[in-house]
Design a protein around this ligand. Structure first.
Ligand code: GCU
Length: 451
């Protein structure tokens, strides 16, 4: 099943980038280029081989993914977001902002998601089309936008970020906007319970729910910023900045590039009179959930986030060994999401050596509200419990900044909404889908955004 979803996602990515069905030849070439890039990075790191990841497809495999909580906690402690690298305890808000937070950011930059180049070029946004329409009976105006990245430094690579913004047509003041990292589907294709966001035809889609609140929504296409594969690392925004060369070990990976693109979309919102840019939320599911969390952590202008089934390299604790592991993320099919340096933790180093954990990524979002969600049956790979544990362990930073955390460390029964504080958590009954948690996230966001 996991394999099928991955193939389907790859297929969608190919559609997005090539606007055509991937042929066998295209797939072969993609795999070959990815292999070359992967080996180049391993060579730079002087690594000859990495440990294999957990096998999520065959429970009888020797490296079968673990789903037994009794075996999931081999590490006695987690990095503490409120203890400085020199062992000093963080005791004031000022100490968090001035001293500890930069230390954590540096770890994420260097070893996990990579560094964004210093000399990022300008992005100029253009409205390419304005469409008047109705969504669920509500009149809307949709703007199709392209964010052209100045590529004068290396004209053979161009990057045009694709964004759509839909606002209620009748709004007479700037409205909050929820922006989703969107999957791209071929015309006529519907990913069950994902593409439209509707559970069934009777249920309103998340877009309808958002409009129902008087807010707008935006869809950002990650693959227009950076392709979702290793083969694409010498193209897209990462390739543009490297002038078509291979990455260095601490260069940014795709998650960071997607997050950078989200920040550029937010730059545009700051110029659009219809948007209240102080009330822009970011949402993503699965790999895009990881990207949404990275965007939220790094860009303090995002007001709120819905992080759905983000799993490993997202909100899940690396040190909670359930479902996907560090070694999977370091594999050829996913390493491009991360800095090259991350691969060391699946080779000479281990999970225990990671200087950070996901609780600290969530802590970087403090004091802003974050809703972490996941499924139950069928969503084991992303380890919803591990995401809960990380959320709990981000709590002390929210408290230090005068906010409420989850206020419990007991993993709640399915469909229990823990959302009284600025950190929220909910495990829905479904599988690998953001849909069932949307209404709860919107309820959570309503506490912060006006109607
Ligand atoms: C794979 C991958 C996950 C990712 C997921 C998705 O399963 O291992 O890390 O979250 O794809 O994006 O759907």
């Amino acid at each position: 099943m996991k394999k099928a979803i991955n193939l389907l996602l790859l297929f969608c990515v190919m559609i997005a980038s090539a606007a055509a069905q991937p042929t066998r030849q295209m797939m072969d070439s993609l795999n070959r280029l990815t292999g070359l890039d992967y080996r180049n990075m391993l060579n730079q790191l002087h690594i000859t081989s990495l440990r294999p990841g957990a096998n999520g497809n065959d429970p009888k495999a020797p490296n079968a993914a673990n789903y037994d909580e009794a075996k999931a906690n081999p590490y006695s402690s987690l990095p503490d977001p409120l203890v400085m690298n020199n062992g000093q305890k963080v005791i004031s808000e000022q100490m968090w902002w001035k001293k500890r937070r930069p230390e954590i950011v540096e770890y994420f930059d260097k070893d996990i998601y990579g560094r964004v180049p210093k000399n990022m070029p300008a992005v100029s946004w253009q409205v390419t089309q304005v469409i008047r329409d109705t969504v669920g009976g509500i009149p809307v105006i949709t703007k199709k936008l392209t964010g052209h990245v100045d590529n004068s430094g290396f004209p053979s690579i161009s990057v045009d970020i694709s964004l759509t913004l839909t606002l209620p047509a009748k709004a007479n003041h700037p409205v909050p906007v929820i922006m989703e990292f969107g999957f791209v589907f071929p015309v006529g294709f519907h990913f069950p319970q994902m593409a439209s966001g509707a559970v069934s035809s009777k249920e309103p889609s998340w877009q309808q729910r958002v409009l129902g609140k008087g807010w707008g929504y935006a869809i950002l296409l990650p693959n227009s910023i950076q392709a979702d594969n290793g083969a694409g690392l010498r193209k897209g925004i990462i390739g543009l900045m490297n002038k078509g060369n291979y990455r260095k070990p601490d260069d940014w990976g795709t998650l960071r590039a997607w997050a950078w693109g989200a920040s550029r979309a937010l730059d545009y919102f700051e110029t659009d009179a219809g948007v209240n840019a102080k009330e822009v939320g970011i949402m993503g599911h699965s790999r895009y959930g990881k990207a949404a969390l990275v965007a939220m952590a790094y860009d303090p202008r995002f007001a709120i986030a819905y992080i759905s089934s983000s799993g490993e390299a997202g909100a899940k604790l690396y040190r909670h060994i359930m479902g996907e592991t560090v070694e999977n993320i370091a594999s050829q099919s996913e390493y491009h999401w991360m800095a090259g340096d991350f691969l060391r933790y699946a080779g000479p180093l281990t999970t225990a050596d990671l200087p950070i954990d996901a609780n600290e990524l969530i802590a970087l979002c403090a004091p802003r509200p974050v809703f972490i969600g996941g499924g139950s049956k069928g969503d084991g790979w992303v380890d919803t419990r591990g995401m809960f544990m990380a959320t709990v362990d981000a709590g002390p930073v929210y408290k230090l900044l005068g906010k409420k955390s989850l206020e419990t460390d007991v993993f709640p029964p399915i469909e229990t909404s823990l959302m009284d504080g600025e950190l929220a958590f909910r495990q829905h009954r479904g599988g690998h889908t953001p849909v069932p948690n949307w209404p709860y996230f919107i309820q959570f966001a309503s506490r912060y955004f006006k109607q």
